[in-house]
Design a protein around this ligand. Structure first.
Ligand code: AR6
Length: 173
């Protein structure tokens, strides 16, 4: 990956619900009706209207992404993606990479220019965090290089120092 591509990806340490970006990416489940972890935090901060819009979407398959408004969040939109529940099978990295790629494609299709990702599948879905971070950085980097003429700021939201260290290592920062 080109050094300038790595430079286009940033790290934020803290609560993703505080970020004022065009879209934050939620680590949702297939129902899209809320849950624990970052999903619970996003729904709580966005308010009831978010789950009402989610109810109209008919769920979401693993590796896919859907977009809603941000309601009470500082972020304009929420992109909901469903990471794989880690099983150790060959499809896990494929599905996880799809989450990042589909979220970025959806953001571009909606003319968005800044996107902050939660660490998809890195909590209750049990994906080994080091591997998941490598997939996140590689997939977003490849996307930025394939969409070079499009202005997109990618932020990785790290909830705690341990995740921050993993992203810093992966980005060489
Ligand atoms: N801001 C940023 N990151 C956060 C926040 C926050 N406020 N809260 C937690 N994280 P998880 P998953 C981090 O478990 O593994 C839900 O119930 C957290 O430390 O939220 O994809 C859904 O409904 C971890 O690094 O998502 C699904 O059922 C990362 O976000 C299921 O969990 C993801 O952890 C999805 O599991």
């Amino acid at each position: 990956m080109k050094p300038e591509t790595l430079e286009r990806m940033k790290i934020d340490v803290g609560d993703i619900t505080k970020l004022k970006v065009d879209a934050i990416v939620n680590a949702a489940n297939r129902s899209l009706l809320g849950g624990g972890g970052v999903d619970g935090a996003i729904h709580k901060a966005a308010g009831r209207e978010l789950v009402e819009e989610c109810r109209t979407l008919g769920g979401c398959e693993t590796g896919e992404a859907k977009i809603t408004r941000g309601y009470k969040l500082p972020a304009k939109h929420v992109i909901h993606t469903v990471g794989p529940i880690y099983s150790g099978s060959e499809s896990d990295p494929v599905k996880l990479a799809s989450c990042y790629r589909n979220s970025l494609n959806l953001a571009k299709a909606n003319q968005l220019h800044s996107i902050a990702f939660a660490a998809i599948s890195c909590g209750v879905y049990g994906y080994p965090n080091h591997e998941a971070v490598d997939i996140a950085v590689t997939t977003c980097g490849d996307w930025l290089e394939a969409n070079e003429g499009y202005d997109m700021e990618v932020i990785f939201s790290c909830f705690g120092e341990r995740m921050e260290r993993l992203y810093r290592d992966a980005l060489g920062k």
